[in-house]
Design a protein around this ligand. Structure first.
Ligand SMILES: Nc1ncnc2c1ncn2[C@@H]1O[C@H](COP(=O)(O)OP(=O)(O)OP(=O)(O)O)[C@@H](O)[C@H]1O
Length: 865
């Protein structure tokens, strides 16, 4: 290969430091990509790949225009790639004007700042994961656009890490390369995130303020890992980063990853979007900051009753104060996204228009405060007192910036008159010069008698005197110096005019430069107040979420719940999302009663009758109540649930490679291992993913296990009518059913919950509703009759007698019981089997994904055969 140009040599040197990113190499008006980057980018961005002469081997190359680069970068970032931006910068070591190239910023999926790459009303988190010798993990979160930092310490093993990341999704995870390979693969395969590495962890003094409240060294280390990564990628001021908040996971209701998805809290399963989720119904916020806070609240409902009641109290006050609430909503509409604005101020990305928006937002603070002051209850007063109006910021912006500045900050017209003496002088000089020119024009018209004589300006010649051709004879010789001839006119200059021109242009240039400098100073000054702005943003967001709760509660007739330990007693409860999408008044409300006597509700009823909807409704009411929102019910007494676990249909797509049954078992296991007497468990038709008897046996054993060992409030829906017999043997279990009636051979769904077990299944009626062929339906009815008459089926259909707790342990359900429990029944094994058994024992099932586990089992079974 022949010698490369110095520019390409420099490229290769820089690229070697950014191997995992697309290097956008600035050349004139383009960012160029070379070699593999070019080939891959051409494919991903659907742009033309060309070749650059590079000795014997032409170099693959493609480019994107500088001005539209953001759009291309967004495509790459959305696909999980990283981009390094390489610019020409002045080299301070060399003579002025000589430039060098360097990477000025990395854009990675988790560190996006550009507004067109961010979703309004949603956080863009990057996470870092650190592991420690004692088996604990720390996750650190950062949203670079808002500066938020949060930390969570986890000492419940690897599963809890995965659950946490499901719970709080991130675009990118920063790890140390010493994180065990299986864990790295697990993160990649289960979370589909970009993994980045930061091995060197230095705690920089400049971050001391951010970590003052961190006493645990593990938290410090994890936080530093994240901050170091951000520093290395961003290479610019991070003044907007907020002090780390430690998430005490035990202070929030824990929702496992299955619940968040199954209950469609923030995203609907079908559409994979906010539409159709609880968030969609409840989001009546008017600011982007409020929307983000609402999402966070829904993801982490509270456990502390005092805090819950504080929120409910404010919601109630807002609910009854219609006029004040309407005013608040109006005022809030004028509040810009202060959190993201702070980030951009820190990064030096804001223009004068942004600062005017900041001023207008801050000007709403006294108005909001005044409205709140009219609602005089202690909980609101707390918020009102915290709203401190930063009049000095508003005054600064009011005195310095014009009301409608241009987008560019480099062309002047930003700063108000009277703000800066020197600037006023330049402006005066320019203005005086221009006035002098205007009077010269007047004077020359009079002296020459040419009425159309005018003084004009263009960038090439500066100021000139223009005389139209027919008037030229009126000009005395040598009066002006000829400069340019046009078809219909001549242009002239005079030494005096040129002298004034120099003065005017100098003054204009100086004032534009000075305006820029003054603007930067104002921006830097505001930078110091970022914490004040961020604090206001927090309070405004909270007010916004709470007024939103009041607004939706009023619109949908939600009621304030009360709390009482151990009792879930709801009258006329509704599913908030199904109710919302159905026509007004068509949703059938239902009561729900769970208490010490009725810890478990076994729900039967035909397909499509509303079993799942009812179960979800119970959980959503609990979540809404603990979030501090009113609930969709006539009245409600709620317990404070510490955790919610769910196993509700449609989960098969969770992790590719897992069978429905395996997912079902994993979800059930998770509940059984972690639930307490204060938890809520929803199990929808557990066991249906396998053969009838297996399924029924598992279902019964699970019901018994929860009933006898866990005592969690549980809703269990089933098609195994045989299980309803358990009501007689399990003291705290109650049968309920969803009512349906048969009318002229068709099933009518009443969606009403009634005590007792359903009397028949109506499965065939539902199949009929689904328009299966008549012949097939008749045949199914005949087969069903056959089953019902068969003695064998009758005897098998009896529910097995309830097992004693010891029996459960030996009921071959070790899958649900703790890992590594000794098998209770000895089995005769030969040497080959023993070897397989040893291998089986040594498998670390919890570290595998289900597909790996299945493959292992299959392999071992094959070995035995
Ligand atoms: N209380 C209700 N009022 C009005 N419509 C309801 C109610 N509950 C459920 N529905 C309607 O019935 C449909 C079926 O409900 P759901 O999926 O809960 O039934 P299911 O009994 O769980 O069915 P399957 O056993 O087939 O899973 C829902 O999509 C909803 O439109």
């Amino acid at each position: 290969m022949s010698k490369l140009t110095p520019m390409m040599q420099q490229y290769i040197e820089i690229k070697s430091q950014y191997k995992d990113a697309f290097l956008f190499y600035r050349l004139g008006d383009f960012y160029e990509l070379f070699y593999d980057d070019a080939t891959k980018a051409a494919q991903e961005l659907e742009i033309t790949l060309t070749k650059r002469a590079g000795g014997n081997d032409p170099i693959p190359m493609c480019g994107v225009p500088y001005h539209s680069a953001e759009n291309y970068i967004k495509v790459l970032i959305d696909k999980g790639y990283k981009v390094a931006i390489c610019e020409q910068v002045e080299d301070p070591k060399t003579a002025k004007g000589v430039v060098k190239r360097e990477v000025v910023q990395m854009i990675t999926p988790g560190t996006v700042m550009e507004s067109n790459m961010l979703v309004e009303g949603e956080n863009n988190y990057i996470g870092s994961l650190s592991h420690f010798e004692d088996g604990s993990f720390v996750i650190a979160y950062n949203d670079l656009s808002t500066g938020e930092n949060r930390l969570a310490l986890m000492d419940d093993g690897w599963d809890s890490v995965i659950h946490e990341f499901y719970h709080q999704p991130v675009k990118e995870i920063v790890i140390s390369s010493s994180l065990p390979e299986e864990m790295q693969t697990n993160l990649r395969e289960r979370l589909h995130v970009t993994l980045s590495y930061q091995d060197e962890v230095n705690f920089n003094a400049e971050f001391r303020d951010l970590s003052e409240n961190l006493t645990d060294e593990r938290l410090m280390k994890a936080f530093s890992r994240l901050l170091n990564y951000i520093q290395n990628t961003q290479k610019r001021s991070l003044d907007h980063l907020q002090p780390a908040e430690v998430i005490e996971l035990k202070q929030y209701m824990s929702l496992d990853m299955y619940s968040k998805r199954n209950l469609e809290l923030t995203e609907s399963i079908m559409k994979k979007s906010k539409h159709g989720s609880l968030l969609w119904v409840l989001d009546k916020t008017v600011t982007a900051m409020g929307a983000r806070m609402l999402k966070k609240w829904l993801e982490r409902p509270l456990l502390n009753q005092v805090k819950i009641n504080r929120r409910l109290e404010i919601v109630e006050t807002f609910l009854h104060a219609f006029m004040e609430r309407e005013n608040l909503r109006e005022n809030l509409k004028s509040v810009y996204d202060l959190e993201r604005l702070s980030g951009r101020i820190a990064f030096g990305n804001v223009n004068a228009r942004d600062l005017i928006q900041l001023k207008q937002s801050l000007q709403q603070i006294p108005v909001i405060k005044e409205t709140l002051e009219e609602l005089d209850i202690p909980e609101v007063r707390e918020l009102t007192d915290a709203l401190i109006y930063p009049d000095y910021i508003v005054d600064l912006l009011e005195n310095s910036l014009v009301e409608e500045p241009p987008i560019s900050i480099k062309e002047g017209a930003l700063i108000k008159e009277g703000y800066h003496e020197e600037l006023d002088k330049y402006r005066d000089a320019s203005k005086n010069g221009k006035q002098w020119i205007a009077s010269l024009e007047q004077q020359e018209r009079e002296v020459t008698g040419i009425k159309s004589l005018k003084i004009g300006y263009n960038r090439v010649f500066g100021y000139y005197i223009e005389v139209t051709r027919p008037n030229l004879p009126l000009l005395k010789d040598d009066r002006y110096e000829r400069k340019q001839t046009l078809t219909n006119a001549e242009r002239f200059i005079t030494p005096e005019l040129k002298e004034k021109e120099t003065l005017i242009l100098e003054a204009d240039e100086k004032s534009v430069d000075l305006e820029y400098d003054l603007f930067i100073k104002i921006r830097e000054r505001i930078k110091q107040d970022i914490p004040v702005i961020q604090q206001l943003a927090q309070i405004v967001s909270e007010i916004d979420v709470l007024q939103g709760f009041a607004t939706i509660s009023e619109a949908n007739n939600y009621k304030r719940p009360t709390f009482q330990e151990g009792i879930f007693s709801v009258e006329g409860g509704r599913h908030p999302v199904v109710e919302q999408v159905m026509k007004n008044g068509t949703y059938v409300p239902n009561d729900a009663q769970l208490d010490e006597n009725n810890q478990m509700l076994l729900i039967t009823g035909p397909n499509m009758s509303g079993k799942s909807t009812y179960m979800r409704q119970v959980a959503l009411i609990a979540i809404m109540g603990q979030t501090g929102c009113f609930i969709p019910a006539e009245s409600g007494i709620l317990p404070v649930f510490d955790q919610i676990f769910t196993r509700i249909g449609a989960a098969d797509d969770l992790v590719s490679g897992q069978s429905t049954f395996m997912v079902e078992m994993l979800e059930a296991r998770h509940a059984i291992q972690n639930a307490t007497a204060n938890s809520l468990i929803l199990l929808d038709e557990i066991g249906r993913g396998t053969s009838t008897y297996d399924g029924m046996a598992l279902a019964q054993a699970i019901v018994e296990y929860i009933h006898d060992h866990i005592h969690a409030k549980t809703l269990f829906s089933t098609h195994y009518h045989e299980l309803t017999a358990l009501e007689t043997s399990l003291k705290h279990l109650k049968n309920i059913h969803v009512r349906a009636e048969e009318h002229e051979g068709n099933v009518v769904f009443l969606h009403q919950i009634k005590d007792g077990a359903a009397d028949q299944s109506y499965g065939i009626h539902v199949a009929k509703l689904a328009d299966l062929p008549d012949e097939l339906i008749s045949r199914a009815s005949v087969i069903l009759e056959g089953f019902e008459n068969s003695n064998e089926t009758e005897t098998q259909k009896e529910a097995a007698p309830a097992l004693e707790p010891e029996e459960i342990e030996s009921a071959q359900l070790s899958f649900f019981v703790e890992e590594n429990k000794e098998a209770t029944k000895p089995v005769k094994l030969d040497n080959k089997d023993n070897a397989v058994l040893e291998e089986l024992k040594s498998l670390n099932i919890l570290e595998m994904n289900p597909l790996e586990a299945m493959n292992e089992l299959y392999r071992l079974q094959k070995k035995m055969k």
